[in-house]
Design a protein around this ligand. Structure first.
Ligand SMILES: [Zn+2]
Length: 61
């Protein structure tokens, strides 16, 4: 299992690091993978157990 933090955002689809910031949606950062052209976002979990982790969710349209 790969831990992901804000400084090491990895594409959830292809696991590449060719990620660019795309914008914000509510309080979540939207990213865009230059490799597979997928957009995804991060959820900052406020639970103590996951306080330092960010979960990536692919955005499908
Ligand atoms: Zn990708």
């Amino acid at each position: 299992m790969v831990g992901i933090d804000s400084k090491k955002v990895i594409c959830p689809k292809c696991n590449k690091k060719e990620i660019i910031g795309y914008g914000w949606q509510e309080e979540k950062q939207i990213y865009f993978c230059k490799d597979c052209k997928k957009k995804f976002r991060t959820n900052r979990l406020k639970n103590k157990t996951y306080s330092s982790k960010i979960i990536t969710n692919a955005i499908t349209y």
